[in-house]
Design a protein around this ligand. Structure first.
Ligand code: HEC
Length: 166
């Protein structure tokens, strides 16, 4: 599985994968990485989601004072998130609910709504990034929460809950 990661370029999958133990991988331990376009889309979006989760955890940690505040890192994570959110729909090519995936078929039956949910995250990230760019962390802190809420807004309708999820 790790071999296929190199195809993802600098997405940082290897860096973040170990720090997300708390996040359920969804569909239950599927480690098969198939080379079909659908399988590659799945691998891509897993890396993307984990990268997004990493960025949000950093932002939240700093906003809540759990990790040391770093103005530049905060700003960068917020701006990275805008870009990452813009990559979500690419990872969900038609019928890519492959084995091991937690993606629900409802995604492709409600594609424009799914796109909207991705845009909801992106605009929340944009608000955050703009506030951080203009006024720094103190101005942007309160905008981390809406970003986090938009994750659930999409996961609830479109992501299968893992059987193993506690
Ligand atoms: C537009 C919809 C959408 C948004 C917005 C979204 N996600 Fe996801 N996410 C999904 C779907 C669908 C899956 C399941 C993908 C699969 O298993 O094929 C998923 C899976 C994940 C996973 C599991 C990745 C893995 O290891 O398999 C994590 C972690 C995650 N999302 C974090 C987040 C966080 C954090 C946010 C918000 C900052 C977020 N997501 C926003 C749709 C979304």
């Amino acid at each position: 599985m790790k071999n296929t990661v190199s195809k993802l370029g600098s997405l940082g999958v290897l860096l973040v994968s170990t720090s997300l133990v708390a996040c359920s991988p969804g569909g239950g331990g599927g480690t098969t990485a198939d080379d079909t376009p659908e399988g590659q889309a799945f691998t891509f979006r897993q890396g993307l989601m984990r990268t997004i989760a990493y960025k949000v955890a950093r932002l939240r940690g700093m906003a809540q004072g759990e990790i040391p505040a770093d103005e530049e890192a905060f700003k960068k994570s917020a701006n990275d998130l805008v870009t990452l959110a813009g990559m979500i729909t690419e990872g969900f090519i038609p019928n890519s609910d492959v084995e091991g995936s937690a993606a629900l078929p409802a995604i492709w039956m409600n594609w424009s709504d799914f796109q909207q949910k991705a845009m909801d995250l992106q605009s929340a990230a944009q608000n955050l990034a703009q506030a951080a760019n203009n006024g720094g962390m103190s101005a942007a802190q309160s905008l981390v929460q809406p970003v986090g809420q938009s994750c659930g807004g999409c996961h609830r309708p479109y992501r299968r809950r893992a059987e193993t999820e506690e």
